[in-house]
Design a protein around this ligand. Structure first.
Ligand code: ADP
Ligand code: ASP
Ligand code: MG
Length: 429
């Protein structure tokens, strides 16, 4: 008998019908002879709605209380799912993240899992139950307060439980048929990827492909847990994310390894750009700006420093960060204005990031040139650039993002012949 961890995202359990459909699917896995642990997200856009509600009460709600509020979303879906499974004649028990042994640090709203002690889950499945676990939440080791793992965090809960329970596989069920070469909501001709390495998936996820959260992929790579991303709305095979490529045997008996040169195009419109204007061009300035940001526990993404104007000896430094951290960053820098010594701050939340990802880039010198050519042919202006060994990213105007993604996708020959990229549900929020 195997042990399967399944995760169902918000769009898969958006309403009572969805919950009943997912319940059937979980029962099928059990009937196929597996022990089943199902991690579930909040119904539909519940988490966004709860955040909106909190902001109406207080523009900067306390992290501890926001976590208390948001974890209620997953409690609703876990209990309903357990009820639906019982209705089908099978035993199910629901557990909060804390009951499931998800132990985190104490950073509210983006806690990191530091340990998983799934004793109660193990006992529950050993007794023949299906265990349902609330995703996205844990309990702080130090403060014993309830924490959340950051938006999309149920993916991480699933992989962390799969690792702790030594599961055979972690299945992530969502509203598309797997990982595609671009977001199917933007590129109708995106192709489903059969297999992708942890490395390429990590870059795609970190660059905004929210089909998997990057912390979840990091975790899966560290513990070598294969992930199968697939739709809860269809019976199709999805995408395998693992360290070992799938080897296929062709009709002629040849063995073929699926390893694409370019894995895909990711985009992200959740970031903003802060420009610190009029910074003295002398050692220590960048250090004090980014120390201020780090002390406010804000993660930044890209950084550029302009060439300083010779006449003034002043320069500008721009960086990108999640929009949700924008207010905090501006406040922290303003507070330290005299210490750092700059003229003013500019904040721009109408930016988007487009990234091209693929291990083939390491050995293929033309990729960067082709990427920029595709953007220029589409009339897209580039504001910032950053690269890694297997990724190139640019920042553009937010309005240009859909067109830019489609242009790059076509230019790298990623378009499929058929429109296979089906989006089954969700609002894309
Ligand atoms: P869930 O609620 O199941 O966690 P998410 O909305 O977090 O679902 O993630 C699924 C969504 O990710 C898809 O609906 C799709 O719009 C988006 N997405 C972005 N990039 C990709 C990609 N490369 N492949 C598949 N889906 C992607
Ligand atoms: N419900 C949480 C969110 O919307 C966690 C998740 O869906 O993974 O971010
Ligand atoms: Mg998600």
């Amino acid at each position: 008998m195997g042990l399967v961890v399944q995760k169902y995202g918000g769009s898969s359990v958006a309403d009572a019908e969805g919950i009943k459909r997912v319940a059937k699917r979980i029962v099928e896995a059990k009937q196929n002879g597996n022990q089943v642990v199902a991690v579930v997200s909040a119904m539909g856009d519940t988490t966004d709605e709860l955040i909106d509600l909190a902001e109406q009460v207080s523009p900067m709600p306390a992290g501890r209380e926001l976590d208390m509020l948001l974890t209620a979303g997953e409690r609703i879906s876990m209990a309903l799912l357990a009820m639906a499974i019982k209705k089908l004649g099978h035993e199910a028990q629901s557990f909060t993240g804390s009951q499931a042994g998800v132990i985190t640090d104490s950073v509210h709203n983006k806690a990191r899992i530091i340990d998983v002690t799934p004793g109660r889950i193990k006992t529950s499945v050993d007794e023949g139950n299906i265990a349902i676990v609330a995703g996205f939440q844990g309990v702080s080791q130090d403060t014993k307060d309830i924490t959340t793992l950051g938006r999309g965090g149920s993916d991480t809960t699933a992989v962390a439980l799969a690792a702790a329970l030594d599961a055979d596989v972690c299945e992530i069920y969502t509203d598309v048929d797997g990982v595609f070469t671009a977001d199917p909501r933007v590129v109708k001709k995106a192709r489903k990827i059969d297999w992708i390495s942890f490395e390429d998936m990590l870059e795609l996820a970190a660059s905004g492909s929210k089909v998997l959260l990057h912390r979840c992929v990091e975790y899966a790579r560290r513990y070598n847990i294969p992930i199968h991303v697939r739709s809860s709305f269809s019976g199709l095979q999805g995408t395998w994310v693992s360290s070992e490529p799938v080897v296929r045997t062709t009709q002629q008996g040849e063995k073929q390894v699926e390893q694409a040169l370019i894995s895909g195009v990711a985009h992200d419109t959740s970031e903003a750009k802060v420009t610190v204007v009029g910074v003295p061009d002398k050692p220590g300035e960048a250090a004090s700006i980014f120390r201020t940001i780090a002390d406010a526990e804000i993660n930044i993404d890209m950084v550029v420093q302009n060439v300083s104007a010779a006449s003034t000896g002043l320069t500008d430094i721009s960086f990108t960060l999640p929009k949700t951290e924008g207010r905090k960053a501006i406040d922290a820098l303003e507070k330290n204005k005299s210490g750092i010594g700059f003229d003013s701050l500019r904040y721009d939340d109408q930016i988007g990031k487009i990234s091209l990802v693929g291990a083939g880039m390491k050995t293929n010198p033309g990729v960067t040139a082709d990427f920029f050519t595709a953007l220029s042919d589409a009339g897209v202006n580039i504001e910032l650039i950053s690269t890694s060994e297997i990724r190139i990213s640019v920042v553009t105007r937010a309005d240009d993002v859909p067109e830019a993604v489609r242009a790059v996708h076509s230019a790298f020959g990623l378009d499929s012949d058929s429109d296979e990229a089906v989006v089954y549900g969700g609002t894309g929020r």
